[in-house]
Ligand binder design. Sequence first.
Ligand SMILES: NC(=O)c1ccc[n+]([C@@H]2O[C@H](COP(=O)([O-])OP(=O)(O)OC[C@H]3O[C@@H](n4cnc5c(N)ncnc54)[C@H](O)[C@@H]3O)[C@@H](O)[C@H]2O)c1
Length: 253
Amino acid sequence: MFELTNRVAIVTGSGSAKGIGREIALTLSRQGAAVVIADINIEGVQDTVDVIKEETGGQVLGVQLDVTSKESVDAMVEVVLKEFGRLDILVNNAGISQKVTVEDMTLDDIKRIFNVNMFGLFLCSQATAKVMKEQKYGRIINLSSVSGKRGGGVFGGAHYSASKAAVLGFSKNMAREVAQDGITVNSVAPGLINTEIWKSLPKEQADGIIANIPAGRPGETKEIAATIAFLASEEAAYINGEDIDINGGQHMD
Ligand SMILES: NC(=O)c1ccc[n+]([C@@H]2O[C@H](COP(=O)([O-])OP(=O)(O)OC[C@H]3O[C@@H](n4cnc5c(N)ncnc54)[C@H](O)[C@@H]3O)[C@@H](O)[C@H]2O)c1
């Protein structure tokens, strides 16, 4: 079950050493997919490629990608098709955040956050869906956040929450448009995950946050990756336009 053999998966933002994207790429590779490591950080890309080669031995391709540039996104799709001849799964994981109050926020701050978290996700989804439509098969999985549902405040400002709420509406609308082409578009909304940024919190602050998480701990990147591997599988064909909360019970829809 949930095998991804012969599938080709792009994971954006997978160059971060302790990030969610690398774990997603590793998990999809373990399930048999050929994975494309796409990130603006080229050293990070190479590092993740090396980790995948060492840990899974699966097929892997590294590409420098700026999700905010249509030229960069189109070039990536071209390289992927040249290398693998198909493209089945897109995980829109690249994302940025900024902790700032609305009072102190500038319009440029908002544009910068939306440019990556929402407009970049749009460019990648549009370019890959064209290929998926021809294949009559595709899986697009978008990273939203608990912040997009109930506000955040720990690591991000209102612009981050707004961008992640936008991801939810975009995913549902696109899911309706492409359903007849064998493509599903879903999202996941992680709560606080045990990444570098979490580890940077002072203990008292971390304890205060944990006190409000029923599971009593932050999430692990593996827990996000496992859900995404499921949504990326053939078996999840009848799940479309859904958002899955992965937050230890911190927020329940
Ligand atoms: N960490 C959490 O607790 C948490 C919680 C909820 C949602 N999320 C979401 O999950 C995703 C991954 O988060 P993370 O904590 O692993 O982040 P991270 O900062 O570790 O990784 C993000 C990656 O995106 C890349 N990136 C940034 N701008 C880019 C661009 N223009 N083009 C291509 N790549 C770009 C970065 O280089 C980086 O490698 C993000 O979308 C984030 O908003 C994270």
